[in-house]
Design a protein around this ligand. Structure first.
Ligand code: GLN
Length: 295
């Protein structure tokens, strides 16, 4: 019998994913083969002759069945890269999206500017999921201490594991809480990528999201804006006077979210678009704060 090799397996996998109409067949095929064969990212090019075992092929065929049923490749693999770090996913955590890196890009310079003034800087990540936002910020700012809040035990456990992998666990406090309910303390920044899909729109989401991301991480209530209301109403209880709130928003939500925050005396200080030019990340500052004393 002919030996099955890494190069051959990548070729066949990509071909079958193409045949069933998967747009990201090239990338998915490489990632799945790399995962089942425990290879390095470009090993299928540097060592295409590497033999593949029967068990690895069996594992791949199970993974392919899951992919065919619509499950996203990173859910199958159980992890995804975010801001240059690898994050473990679990049942109650949203798969981190590249769009959310924009929120980190917006939040980090503000926290860095706080670190110039204070030796200890703090941030609160509301609805942390797998912990991506808090952990990405922590790993880029040694003076930062963060609290990561989530309503599910599963997400909290996943965040703890991810913090250990990123070597920032000593600066992260996790808090299992229904939004602000059990949160105590004051922070320089509250950051959140809250669930922001309007309840009735969930049925129209792509199957890869609707069936595989946890509903609780998506559903933002009747108009999708419930959690922005909560952040705008209660945030200031947990912020230092010069503190800010940074949030990710869904497509077309910027004006509504700005209005909600302005009703609670915040003004939009900065906006950062995603790679498609859609305003994704918004930073709010308390209106009563003199902006010259702000940062
Ligand atoms: N903060 C996590 C993320 O951005 C989870 C967000 C959520 O569950 N809505 O991936």
């Amino acid at each position: 019998m002919k030996t099955y090799t890494l190069g051959r397996l990548v070729h066949h996998t990509i071909k079958s994913l193409h045949q069933i109409g998967i747009d990201s067949a090239d990338l998915d095929g490489r990632l799945l083969v790399q995962w089942v064969t425990e290879s390095m990212p470009l090993e299928f090019i540097s060592h295409p002759e590497k033999p593949v075992s029967l068990q690895q092929r069996d594992r791949l065929s199970t993974a392919l069945q899951r992919r065919v049923s619509g499950e996203p490749v990173h859910r199958i693999i159980g992890k995804r890269a975010f801001y240059g770090l690898d994050f473990i996913l679990s049942a109650d955590t949203l798969e981190p999206r590249p769009d959310t890196e924009i929120l980190v890009d917006l939040a980090l310079p503000f926290l860095q500017s706080c670190a110039v003034i204070n030796s200890r800087v703090s941030c609160l990540d509301m609805g942390t999921g797998s912990g991506v936002i808090a952990i990405a910020l922590l790993s880029n700012l040694p003076q930062l201490h963060a609290m990561a809040v989530d309503i599910t035990k599963d997400a909290i456990e996943t965040t703890k594991r991810n913090a250990r992998c990123a070597d920032v666990a000593n600066r992260l406090t996790v808090c299992e809480s229904n939004w602000f309910e059990s949160v105590t303390g004051q922070f320089d920044l509250i950051v959140s990528n809250p669930p922001y899909i309007a309840h009735d729109d969930i049925a129209n989401l792509d199957i890869s999201v609707r069936n595989f991301d946890p509903l609780r991480a998506l559903d933002g209530g009747r108009d999708g804006l419930d959690f922005y209301r909560e952040l705008a109403a209660k945030g200031k209880l947990y912020l230092y006077p010069s503190g800010k709130i940074a949030v990710e928003v869904g497509i077309g939500q910027k004006q509504d979210v700005e209005k909600i925050f302005s009703q609670h005396n915040y003004r939009l200080e900065k906006t950062k678009p995603d790679l498609k030019g859609i305003d994704r990340a918004l930073m709010f500052i308390r209106d009563e704060v003199d902006p010259r004393k702000g940062e």
